[in-house]
Design a protein around this ligand. Structure first.
Ligand SMILES: [Zn+2]
Length: 70
């Protein structure tokens, strides 16, 4: 008997489902990055949302939308 489970993929999907369907993301952020305009931002490794980051206060700001134009 040979079961061909794709467990890692399933777990990944579960996590993505939580983020996409329920809007539930625990937000695991990378080290702050520097944008082209000199501003710093952090990107969530799970949902890929970008947030402003203020080095002076060492705090994360509001979400950054990466939409073109403005
Ligand atoms: Zn997130």
């Amino acid at each position: 008997m040979c079961l061909n489970y794709e467990a890692p993929l399933f777990i990944m999907s579960q996590k993505l489902m939580d983020v996409l369907m329920l809007g539930r993301c625990s937000h695991e952020f990378s080290w702050p990055r520097r944008a082209a305009n000199g501003e710093y931002y952090q990107v969530c490794l799970l949902c890929a949302s970008a947030y402003q980051y203020d080095w002076k206060t060492m705090r994360r700001g509001s979400r950054v939308d990466e939409a073109d134009g403005g």
